[in-house]
Each structure stands twice: as structure tokens, then as C-alpha cells.
Write a protein that binds this ligand. Structure first.
Ligand code: URA
Length: 212
């Protein structure tokens, strides 16, 4: 049976402080982009806590010794287009050898069915740790679709990493995919009638890219 995933709020003081900066409506594009990456980097430290290690013999200037190094295949960071892109560079600061896959989806206006328009992944997904990233977990619709898209391609060890989560989105994602771990920097209050997280930070994609 698949393991049961967890939901964890990563509320380190630095993360809380930086999140307050980007919640402010007066935070401009440049600072928003920078601080989103800083939060993603801090989160990556915690999210990668259970990465597997192996013994490795190293010769120091003094003697030979057996120490640890990361084992297995490289991690894959998978931003959900487009806002997820804003978290990639921050995670790469900490895990520079990670691969980066991409998932883009839209909802078909007629059928209302989620449709992939772009999925590009590295090989051997089944044996890699995968971090799907998207700043906002709102209804959970795109997160669920992204996990579906990855599982369909063989992924097993999936973590979902967001900055701000709504309780509705966390529930939907965990109901659909109980095996994955979900990490957020904040669990906010609720979704409003337009699907925005309250108090949230507005449209993360628009704020990252300076669009309207
Ligand atoms: N997507 C966003 O960018 N912001 C929200 O509040 C909800 C979904």
C-alpha cells in the first residue's frame, strides 16, 4: 500500500517575515520575484530533509574516512506554469544539480476537462524525488492535474510545495492524492467567491511577471 503523505506548514520566522513582505500590495514586481525565490529556497531546505544518503569514502588531507553524500538520481523541480516558475531559481540555489520539468494546463471551456498543453520531464521519473511547485494552492484543481500528469508518467515520490494554501485546496489535493507530501509557508483562511485565497497575496503570476 502507498504511504500516507503529510501536510506541513513551514513557519520558520524568516519564512513568515518574507511572506508578510510579499503579501503587501505595495510590494513591487522586482521585490516580489526576489522574495518568492528566497522563500522557496528556505522551504527547499525543509522539503529536502528526507533525501536519501549513501556512504562515500573520501580522503581528507589527514586520512581516509567514510562519510555521507546524496544518493540516487537527481531531484526534479516541476513548476506549474506560469506562477510556479517564480520558485525555481530559489530551489536551484540550494539544489543546483536538480533537473527541471514543466507542466502547463488549461481547463477546456466546453468540456471543463483539465487538459495538458505542455509536459516536458526528464527520464526515470519513477526513481526520482519530485518537487511540484506553485505559489498558490487555491481550489487544488491544477495541483491535482499536475500530480495526475506526473503519476501517469511513472512518478512515485512526489512532494507539492506552495507558499500560500487555502484549506479547500489542501483537502482537495490530499483527498485526490493521499500519498503525496504537501508543504506550505502558510495555511490561510479561505477562498473567496472568485477563487482568490483570503488574505492571500493576490494573483501570484501577475505579481511575479508584472502583468494584469
Ligand atoms: N491563484 C493566485 O494566484 N492567487 C490566489 O489567491 C488564488 C489562485
Amino acid at each position: 500500500m502507498a504511504k500516507l503523505g503529510k501536510f506541513e506548514v513551514l513557519d520558520h520566522p524568516l519564512i513568515q517575515h518574507k511572506l508578510t513582505i510579499i503579501r503587501n500590495e505595495n510590494c513591487g514586481t522586482r521585490e516580489f520575484r526576489q522574495v518568492v525565490n528566497e522563500i522557496a529556497e528556505l522551504m527547499a531546505y525543509e522539503v529536502s530533509r528526507d533525501m536519501p544518503l549513501e556512504d562515500y569514502e573520501v580522503k581528507t588531507p589527514i586520512t581516509k574516512t567514510v562519510q555521507k553524500r546524496l544518493a540516487g538520481k537527481k531531484v526534479v523541480i516541476v513548476p506549474i506554469l506560469r506562477a510556479g516558475l517564480g520558485m525555481v531559481d530559489g530551489i536551484l540555489e540550494l539544489i543546483p544539480a536538480a533537473k527541471v520539468g514543466h507542466v502547463g494546463m488549461y481547463r477546456d471551456e466546453k468540456t471543463l476537462k483539465p487538459t495538458e498543453y505542455f509536459v516536458k520531464m526528464p527520464d526515470n521519473l519513477a526513481s526520482r524525488d519530485i518537487f511540484i511547485v506553485d505559489p498558490m494552492l487555491a481550489t487544488g484543481g491544477s495541483a491535482i492535474m499536475a500530480v495526475d500528469a506526473l503519476k501517469k508518467r511513472g512518478a512515485v515520490n512526489i512532494k507539492f510545495v506552495c507558499l500560500v494554501a487555502a484549506p479547500e485546496g489542501v483537502k482537495a489535493l490530499r483527498d485526490a492524492h493521499p500519498d503525496i507530501d504537501v508543504f506550505a509557508a502558510s495555511l490561510d483562511d479561505h477562498l473567496d467567491e472568485n477563487g482568490y485565497i483570503v488574505p492571500g497575496l493576490g494573483d501570484a503570476g501577475d505579481r511575479l511577471f508584472g502583468t494584469k
